[in-house]
Write a protein that binds this ligand. Sequence first.
Ligand code: PAF
Length: 277
Amino acid sequence: MQRIAELRQQVRCWRAQQLTVSFVPTMGNLHEGHLALVKAAREQGERVVASLFVNPTQFGPDEDYAAYPRSLQADCARLEALAVDTVFAPSALEIYPAGIDGHTRVDVPALSGILCGAFRPGHFTGVATVVAKLLNIVQPDVAVFGRKDYQQLLVIRAMVADLALPVQVIGVPTVREPDGLAYSSRNAYLTPSQRALAPELYRTLTALADALRAGESNFALLETRGRGALEQAGMRPDYVEIRRGADLIEPHPGDTELVVLAAVWLGNTRLIDNIEL
Ligand code: PAF
């Protein structure tokens, strides 16, 4: 289904039958991580809508929008196999009829300029804008997102709260390959030798999380140690940070609900991951 009007008609029909609706927004090129989102959505709602839309406004001018892997047919088949009720795959014109520069934007200032937002200016405004629009189109009871994109999840939760959108946001734990690498569409960019190195990201975050659990509280020292380990493995970290899980503010010694986050470059591929404590 490609048109907003069609999708709305379908959802109206379900609503008339008092059915609950859950929604999984994706950019397609589905992997095990997405499938976990769909399974969670199935548990939460009687009908499931998934969207496939590579959102141009969340990519910077020098980023991989054009190269981003697109696999519409295979994605539809996978979603059908998981009994997703409706797949919404709109065109960019359907979502941004005024063009991407002229479109209304949704900004979550407290969270959008830090961590990934500092390295990808405008990224989270693009995410918040498209998610707000998709939520308005689908009007689901529940919307499901992955915890791998931890900062994105917090941006979306803040946007939903600030705009009083009537939807429950659910965060699903990260799904990993057997060697620990988090599933990501961008893993497809890795060469075999980069792929062999990539689990070092999760190993480094695990070592930092273990140190925190063991009572180490010199956050700056741990971050430096993490950066060093990643650089030694051949990665170029954008950041390695220990933050408060609730708001991504720098923690004080004694704070307990922490998250260790990192973004690294491996060749031309940017990978992110995190561990929540
Ligand atoms: O996480 C993603 O795949 C995207 O950022 C999302 C939430 C579908 C918005 O385009």
